[in-house]
Write a protein that binds this ligand. Sequence first.
Ligand code: NAD
Length: 344
Amino acid sequence: MGQWHAAHMEGLSYFGSKAPKSDVVRCAGVFDIDSEKCDLARMHGLRVYSSLDELLCDPDVDITVIAVPNGSHEELVVKCLNAGKNVICEKPVAMSPESLERMIAASEKNGRVFSVHQNRRWDDYFVTMKKLVESGKIGTVMSMESRVHGSNGIPGDWRKTKVDGGGMLYDWGVHMIDQALKMNGYDVERVFCHLDYLTGCEVDDGCFIDIFLKSGIVCRVEICTYNFISLPLMYVRGTDGTAMVCDWGSDVEVVRCTAWKDNDIKPVKTASGLSKTMAPRSERSIEKFTVKKEEVRVHDYYRNFCAAIDKKEPLAVNHDEMRVVMRVIDAAFESARTGDAVRL
Ligand SMILES: NC(=O)c1ccc[n+]([C@@H]2O[C@H](COP(=O)([O-])OP(=O)(O)OC[C@H]3O[C@@H](n4cnc5c(N)ncnc54)[C@H](O)[C@@H]3O)[C@@H](O)[C@H]2O)c1
Protein backbone atom coordinates (compact mmCIF):
# COMPACT_ATOMS: atom_id res chain seq x y z
CA MET A 1 0.00 0.00 0.00
CA GLY A 2 3.02 2.24 0.49
CA GLN A 3 3.66 1.80 -3.24
CA TRP A 4 0.08 2.86 -3.96
CA HIS A 5 0.54 6.08 -1.96
CA ALA A 6 3.92 6.93 -3.54
CA ALA A 7 2.57 6.18 -7.03
CA HIS A 8 -0.50 8.38 -6.52
CA MET A 9 1.55 11.22 -5.05
CA GLU A 10 4.08 11.25 -7.88
CA GLY A 11 2.11 9.84 -10.83
CA LEU A 12 4.28 6.71 -11.00
CA SER A 13 3.41 3.38 -12.50
CA TYR A 14 1.40 1.11 -10.21
CA PHE A 15 0.83 -2.52 -11.21
CA GLY A 16 1.34 -1.76 -14.88
CA SER A 17 -0.58 1.51 -15.27
CA LYS A 18 0.39 5.08 -14.50
CA ALA A 19 -1.36 6.46 -11.42
CA PRO A 20 -2.86 9.98 -11.62
CA LYS A 21 -0.43 12.45 -10.00
CA SER A 22 -1.59 14.33 -6.92
CA ASP A 23 -2.18 18.08 -7.15
CA VAL A 24 -1.72 18.65 -3.41
CA VAL A 25 1.01 16.37 -2.08
CA ARG A 26 4.51 15.28 -3.15
CA CYS A 27 6.42 12.25 -1.94
CA ALA A 28 9.37 13.67 0.03
CA GLY A 29 10.74 10.18 0.55
CA VAL A 30 10.25 6.68 1.80
CA PHE A 31 11.40 4.56 4.71
CA ASP A 32 10.95 0.77 4.94
CA ILE A 33 12.78 -1.76 7.11
CA ASP A 34 12.99 -4.05 4.07
CA SER A 35 16.00 -3.10 1.92
CA GLU A 36 14.35 -4.55 -1.22
CA LYS A 37 11.47 -2.11 -0.84
CA CYS A 38 14.00 0.71 -0.41
CA ASP A 39 15.73 -0.37 -3.65
CA LEU A 40 12.36 -0.37 -5.42
CA ALA A 41 11.69 3.17 -4.20
CA ARG A 42 15.14 4.32 -5.46
CA MET A 43 14.42 2.68 -8.81
CA HIS A 44 11.36 4.95 -9.09
CA GLY A 45 13.54 7.98 -8.35
CA LEU A 46 12.28 8.44 -4.80
CA ARG A 47 14.46 9.54 -1.90
CA VAL A 48 15.02 6.80 0.67
CA TYR A 49 15.63 7.72 4.31
CA SER A 50 18.12 5.59 6.23
CA SER A 51 15.91 5.51 9.33
CA LEU A 52 12.53 6.66 10.58
CA ASP A 53 14.34 9.20 12.77
CA GLU A 54 16.04 10.71 9.72
CA LEU A 55 12.62 11.00 8.04
CA LEU A 56 11.10 12.61 11.14
CA CYS A 57 13.93 15.16 11.34
CA ASP A 58 13.29 16.33 7.75
CA PRO A 59 11.47 19.70 8.00
CA ASP A 60 10.15 19.21 4.44
CA VAL A 61 7.96 16.34 5.65
CA ASP A 62 4.54 17.69 6.66
CA ILE A 63 2.61 14.42 6.53
CA THR A 64 3.69 10.86 7.28
CA VAL A 65 1.69 8.01 5.77
CA ILE A 66 1.84 4.81 7.80
CA ALA A 67 1.46 1.71 5.61
CA VAL A 68 2.87 -1.12 7.72
CA PRO A 69 1.22 -4.26 9.16
CA ASN A 70 -1.77 -3.38 11.36
CA GLY A 71 -0.20 -4.45 14.66
CA SER A 72 2.50 -1.74 14.29
CA HIS A 73 0.19 1.21 13.53
CA GLU A 74 -0.09 2.64 17.05
CA GLU A 75 3.64 2.72 17.76
CA LEU A 76 4.47 4.49 14.49
CA VAL A 77 1.46 6.84 14.50
CA VAL A 78 2.25 8.07 18.02
CA LYS A 79 5.96 8.45 17.23
CA CYS A 80 5.24 10.53 14.12
CA LEU A 81 2.66 12.72 15.90
CA ASN A 82 5.11 13.29 18.77
CA ALA A 83 7.70 14.35 16.18
CA GLY A 84 5.26 17.06 15.07
CA LYS A 85 4.11 15.44 11.82
CA ASN A 86 0.52 15.19 10.59
CA VAL A 87 -0.37 11.52 10.14
CA ILE A 88 -2.43 9.46 7.70
CA CYS A 89 -2.62 5.87 8.91
CA GLU A 90 -3.69 2.95 6.79
CA LYS A 91 -6.77 0.98 7.80
CA PRO A 92 -7.64 -0.51 10.21
CA VAL A 93 -6.36 2.45 12.18
CA ALA A 94 -5.97 0.43 15.39
CA MET A 95 -6.41 -2.97 16.98
CA SER A 96 -8.79 -1.69 19.69
CA PRO A 97 -10.78 1.40 20.70
CA GLU A 98 -8.26 2.01 23.52
CA SER A 99 -5.37 2.03 21.07
CA LEU A 100 -7.23 4.52 18.87
CA GLU A 101 -7.81 6.78 21.91
CA ARG A 102 -4.05 6.85 22.57
CA MET A 103 -3.45 7.93 18.97
CA ILE A 104 -6.13 10.64 19.12
CA ALA A 105 -4.66 11.89 22.43
CA ALA A 106 -1.22 12.17 20.77
CA SER A 107 -2.69 14.14 17.85
CA GLU A 108 -4.48 16.52 20.23
CA LYS A 109 -1.43 16.93 22.50
CA ASN A 110 0.75 17.81 19.51
CA GLY A 111 -1.90 19.82 17.65
CA ARG A 112 -1.45 17.73 14.51
CA VAL A 113 -4.01 16.35 12.04
CA PHE A 114 -4.53 12.61 12.16
CA SER A 115 -6.88 10.39 10.18
CA VAL A 116 -7.23 6.95 8.65
CA HIS A 117 -7.15 6.17 4.94
CA GLN A 118 -10.71 4.84 4.48
CA ASN A 119 -10.28 5.16 0.72
CA ARG A 120 -13.19 2.87 -0.10
CA ARG A 121 -15.57 5.69 0.83
CA TRP A 122 -14.56 6.99 -2.60
CA ASP A 123 -15.28 3.71 -4.44
CA ASP A 124 -17.43 4.53 -7.49
CA TYR A 125 -20.20 2.00 -6.77
CA PHE A 126 -20.46 3.08 -3.13
CA VAL A 127 -20.56 6.81 -3.94
CA THR A 128 -23.29 6.14 -6.54
CA MET A 129 -25.37 3.95 -4.21
CA LYS A 130 -25.05 6.48 -1.36
CA LYS A 131 -26.26 9.30 -3.62
CA LEU A 132 -29.18 7.19 -4.79
CA VAL A 133 -30.17 6.45 -1.18
CA GLU A 134 -29.86 10.16 -0.27
CA SER A 135 -32.07 11.10 -3.24
CA GLY A 136 -34.94 9.23 -1.55
CA LYS A 137 -35.76 7.38 -4.78
CA ILE A 138 -36.00 4.02 -3.00
CA GLY A 139 -37.70 5.56 0.06
CA THR A 140 -36.39 5.00 3.57
CA VAL A 141 -33.68 2.36 3.86
CA MET A 142 -34.76 -0.66 5.89
CA SER A 143 -31.75 -2.89 5.41
CA MET A 144 -28.61 -3.24 3.36
CA GLU A 145 -26.17 -5.99 2.55
CA SER A 146 -22.58 -5.33 1.60
CA ARG A 147 -20.16 -8.08 0.78
CA VAL A 148 -16.94 -9.12 -0.85
CA HIS A 149 -16.72 -12.71 -1.98
CA GLY A 150 -13.48 -14.32 -3.11
CA SER A 151 -12.22 -17.88 -3.32
CA ASN A 152 -8.46 -17.52 -2.93
CA GLY A 153 -8.14 -17.71 0.86
CA ILE A 154 -6.22 -15.01 2.74
CA PRO A 155 -2.76 -13.90 1.58
CA GLY A 156 0.09 -15.88 3.10
CA ASP A 157 1.91 -12.97 4.77
CA TRP A 158 1.28 -11.10 8.03
CA ARG A 159 -2.45 -11.14 7.28
CA LYS A 160 -2.44 -14.69 8.70
CA THR A 161 -0.98 -13.81 12.10
CA LYS A 162 -2.75 -12.41 15.15
CA VAL A 163 0.14 -10.34 16.50
CA ASP A 164 0.29 -8.37 13.23
CA GLY A 165 -3.47 -7.73 13.23
CA GLY A 166 -4.28 -10.23 10.48
CA GLY A 167 -7.69 -11.62 9.57
CA MET A 168 -10.47 -10.54 7.27
CA LEU A 169 -12.52 -8.60 9.83
CA TYR A 170 -9.65 -6.13 10.23
CA ASP A 171 -8.61 -6.28 6.58
CA TRP A 172 -11.85 -5.93 4.58
CA GLY A 173 -14.37 -5.72 7.42
CA VAL A 174 -13.19 -2.26 8.41
CA HIS A 175 -13.87 -0.93 4.86
CA MET A 176 -17.34 -2.43 4.66
CA ILE A 177 -18.34 -1.34 8.19
CA ASP A 178 -17.06 2.19 7.46
CA GLN A 179 -19.11 2.33 4.23
CA ALA A 180 -22.26 0.91 5.87
CA LEU A 181 -22.18 3.45 8.70
CA LYS A 182 -21.29 6.38 6.43
CA MET A 183 -24.36 5.57 4.34
CA ASN A 184 -26.81 4.67 7.12
CA GLY A 185 -25.68 6.48 10.27
CA TYR A 186 -23.47 5.95 13.30
CA ASP A 187 -26.29 5.26 15.78
CA VAL A 188 -25.24 1.66 16.40
CA GLU A 189 -27.35 -0.22 18.95
CA ARG A 190 -25.93 -3.75 18.76
CA VAL A 191 -23.68 -6.02 16.74
CA PHE A 192 -23.82 -9.75 16.02
CA CYS A 193 -20.89 -11.50 14.35
CA HIS A 194 -19.78 -14.91 13.22
CA LEU A 195 -16.15 -15.45 12.23
CA ASP A 196 -14.99 -18.21 9.87
CA TYR A 197 -11.82 -20.22 10.45
CA LEU A 198 -12.22 -22.48 7.46
CA THR A 199 -8.57 -22.63 6.46
CA GLY A 200 -7.35 -23.30 9.99
CA CYS A 201 -5.44 -20.01 10.48
CA GLU A 202 -5.17 -18.39 13.89
CA VAL A 203 -7.14 -15.43 12.50
CA ASP A 204 -10.54 -15.30 10.79
CA ASP A 205 -10.65 -15.93 7.05
CA GLY A 206 -14.16 -14.53 6.72
CA CYS A 207 -16.95 -12.94 8.72
CA PHE A 208 -20.68 -12.23 8.81
CA ILE A 209 -21.61 -9.13 10.80
CA ASP A 210 -25.09 -7.76 11.46
CA ILE A 211 -25.13 -4.16 12.66
CA PHE A 212 -28.45 -3.01 14.14
CA LEU A 213 -28.88 0.78 14.13
CA LYS A 214 -31.17 2.67 16.56
CA SER A 215 -33.02 3.99 13.50
CA GLY A 216 -34.12 0.40 12.77
CA ILE A 217 -31.83 -0.07 9.77
CA VAL A 218 -30.00 -3.41 9.69
CA CYS A 219 -26.64 -3.55 7.89
CA ARG A 220 -25.21 -6.95 7.00
CA VAL A 221 -21.53 -7.10 6.11
CA GLU A 222 -20.01 -10.28 4.73
CA ILE A 223 -16.40 -11.05 3.86
CA CYS A 224 -15.69 -14.50 2.46
CA THR A 225 -12.51 -15.96 1.00
CA TYR A 226 -13.87 -19.38 0.01
CA ASN A 227 -16.94 -18.49 -2.11
CA PHE A 228 -16.80 -19.99 -5.57
CA ILE A 229 -20.06 -18.31 -6.56
CA SER A 230 -20.32 -14.65 -5.57
CA LEU A 231 -23.43 -12.83 -4.41
CA PRO A 232 -24.03 -9.13 -5.28
CA LEU A 233 -21.57 -6.61 -3.89
CA MET A 234 -24.24 -4.34 -2.46
CA TYR A 235 -27.99 -4.69 -2.02
CA VAL A 236 -30.18 -2.02 -0.42
CA ARG A 237 -33.86 -2.41 0.46
CA GLY A 238 -35.92 0.74 0.85
CA THR A 239 -39.61 1.29 1.55
CA ASP A 240 -40.14 2.25 -2.12
CA GLY A 241 -37.65 0.09 -3.96
CA THR A 242 -34.53 -2.03 -4.12
CA ALA A 243 -31.08 -1.13 -5.45
CA MET A 244 -28.25 -3.51 -6.23
CA VAL A 245 -24.67 -3.50 -7.48
CA CYS A 246 -23.68 -6.91 -8.79
CA ASP A 247 -19.96 -6.60 -9.22
CA TRP A 248 -17.04 -4.12 -9.25
CA GLY A 249 -17.70 -3.32 -12.90
CA SER A 250 -21.49 -2.99 -12.64
CA ASP A 251 -23.72 0.07 -12.46
CA VAL A 252 -26.50 0.37 -9.87
CA GLU A 253 -29.68 -1.47 -10.83
CA VAL A 254 -32.88 -0.08 -9.34
CA VAL A 255 -36.44 -1.38 -9.18
CA ARG A 256 -38.89 1.14 -7.79
CA CYS A 257 -42.39 0.36 -6.65
CA THR A 258 -44.87 2.74 -8.31
CA ALA A 259 -48.08 1.15 -7.01
CA TRP A 260 -47.96 -0.94 -3.85
CA LYS A 261 -51.17 -2.84 -4.67
CA ASP A 262 -50.60 -4.95 -7.76
CA ASN A 263 -53.87 -6.29 -9.13
CA ASP A 264 -52.24 -8.04 -12.09
CA ILE A 265 -50.03 -10.51 -10.23
CA LYS A 266 -49.94 -13.89 -11.92
CA PRO A 267 -49.14 -16.78 -9.54
CA VAL A 268 -45.71 -18.30 -9.97
CA LYS A 269 -45.16 -22.05 -10.03
CA THR A 270 -42.94 -22.97 -7.06
CA ALA A 271 -41.40 -26.35 -6.31
CA SER A 272 -44.57 -27.54 -4.62
CA GLY A 273 -47.51 -25.42 -5.71
CA LEU A 274 -48.48 -21.94 -6.87
CA SER A 275 -47.62 -18.74 -5.01
CA LYS A 276 -48.91 -15.20 -5.45
CA THR A 277 -46.85 -13.93 -2.50
CA MET A 278 -43.55 -14.77 -4.20
CA ALA A 279 -44.68 -14.09 -7.78
CA PRO A 280 -42.88 -11.39 -9.79
CA ARG A 281 -44.64 -8.04 -9.93
CA SER A 282 -46.45 -6.96 -13.05
CA GLU A 283 -44.55 -4.34 -15.07
CA ARG A 284 -47.35 -1.85 -14.34
CA SER A 285 -46.54 -1.61 -10.63
CA ILE A 286 -42.79 -1.09 -10.91
CA GLU A 287 -40.23 1.06 -12.67
CA LYS A 288 -36.76 -0.29 -13.53
CA PHE A 289 -33.70 1.81 -14.25
CA THR A 290 -29.92 1.80 -14.04
CA VAL A 291 -27.80 4.52 -12.45
CA LYS A 292 -24.40 4.88 -14.13
CA LYS A 293 -21.52 4.83 -11.72
CA GLU A 294 -20.17 8.25 -10.67
CA GLU A 295 -16.75 9.44 -11.78
CA VAL A 296 -14.73 9.45 -8.56
CA ARG A 297 -11.62 11.44 -7.75
CA VAL A 298 -9.11 9.30 -5.91
CA HIS A 299 -7.19 12.40 -4.81
CA ASP A 300 -10.11 13.89 -2.86
CA TYR A 301 -8.89 12.15 0.31
CA TYR A 302 -5.52 13.96 0.24
CA ARG A 303 -7.14 17.24 -0.83
CA ASN A 304 -9.39 17.09 2.21
CA PHE A 305 -6.52 16.10 4.54
CA CYS A 306 -4.45 19.09 3.35
CA ALA A 307 -7.46 21.41 3.67
CA ALA A 308 -7.90 20.14 7.25
CA ILE A 309 -4.24 20.99 8.01
CA ASP A 310 -4.92 24.49 6.64
CA LYS A 311 -8.11 24.61 8.79
CA LYS A 312 -10.20 25.16 5.67
CA GLU A 313 -12.28 21.96 5.90
CA PRO A 314 -13.20 19.49 8.62
CA LEU A 315 -11.64 16.03 8.22
CA ALA A 316 -13.66 13.81 5.86
CA VAL A 317 -12.82 10.77 7.98
CA ASN A 318 -13.15 12.24 11.45
CA HIS A 319 -12.25 10.91 14.89
CA ASP A 320 -15.83 10.27 16.01
CA GLU A 321 -16.51 8.15 12.92
CA MET A 322 -13.23 6.28 13.48
CA ARG A 323 -14.26 5.64 17.10
CA VAL A 324 -17.62 4.09 16.16
CA VAL A 325 -16.05 1.86 13.49
CA MET A 326 -13.46 0.61 16.02
CA ARG A 327 -16.17 -0.03 18.63
CA VAL A 328 -18.17 -2.05 16.08
CA ILE A 329 -15.08 -4.15 15.27
CA ASP A 330 -14.41 -4.67 18.96
CA ALA A 331 -18.07 -5.68 19.52
CA ALA A 332 -17.90 -8.02 16.51
CA PHE A 333 -14.92 -9.89 17.99
CA GLU A 334 -16.71 -10.09 21.36
CA SER A 335 -19.93 -11.33 19.73
CA ALA A 336 -18.05 -14.01 17.79
CA ARG A 337 -16.39 -15.11 21.03
CA THR A 338 -19.58 -15.32 23.12
CA GLY A 339 -22.09 -16.20 20.41
CA ASP A 340 -24.35 -13.34 21.59
CA ALA A 341 -25.17 -9.93 20.14
CA VAL A 342 -23.19 -7.14 21.83
CA ARG A 343 -24.73 -3.76 22.71
CA LEU A 344 -22.60 -0.68 22.08
N1 NAD B 1 -6.62 1.21 2.05
C1 NAD B 1 -6.48 0.13 1.33
O1 NAD B 1 -7.18 -0.08 0.36
C2 NAD B 1 -5.41 -0.86 1.69
C3 NAD B 1 -5.03 -1.87 0.82
C4 NAD B 1 -4.00 -2.73 1.20
C5 NAD B 1 -3.39 -2.59 2.44
N2 NAD B 1 -3.82 -1.61 3.27
C6 NAD B 1 -3.19 -1.44 4.60
O2 NAD B 1 -1.87 -0.99 4.42
C7 NAD B 1 -1.03 -1.50 5.48
C8 NAD B 1 0.13 -2.28 4.85
O3 NAD B 1 -0.39 -3.36 4.10
P1 NAD B 1 0.40 -3.93 2.83
O4 NAD B 1 -0.54 -4.79 2.11
O5 NAD B 1 1.06 -2.82 2.12
O6 NAD B 1 1.49 -4.83 3.56
P2 NAD B 1 2.92 -5.25 2.99
O7 NAD B 1 3.38 -6.39 3.84
O8 NAD B 1 2.86 -5.43 1.51
O9 NAD B 1 3.84 -3.98 3.27
C9 NAD B 1 4.14 -3.55 4.56
C10 NAD B 1 5.52 -2.92 4.53
O10 NAD B 1 5.78 -2.36 5.83
C11 NAD B 1 7.17 -2.55 6.08
N3 NAD B 1 7.36 -2.40 7.53
C12 NAD B 1 6.99 -3.23 8.51
N4 NAD B 1 7.29 -2.72 9.72
C13 NAD B 1 7.88 -1.52 9.48
C14 NAD B 1 8.43 -0.52 10.31
N5 NAD B 1 8.41 -0.62 11.65
N6 NAD B 1 8.94 0.57 9.73
C15 NAD B 1 8.98 0.69 8.39
N7 NAD B 1 8.50 -0.23 7.53
C16 NAD B 1 7.95 -1.32 8.10
C17 NAD B 1 7.45 -3.94 5.54
O11 NAD B 1 8.82 -4.16 5.33
C18 NAD B 1 6.65 -3.92 4.24
O12 NAD B 1 7.41 -3.46 3.15
C19 NAD B 1 -1.94 -2.37 6.34
O13 NAD B 1 -2.38 -1.62 7.42
C20 NAD B 1 -3.09 -2.72 5.42
O14 NAD B 1 -4.28 -3.00 6.10
C21 NAD B 1 -4.78 -0.75 2.91
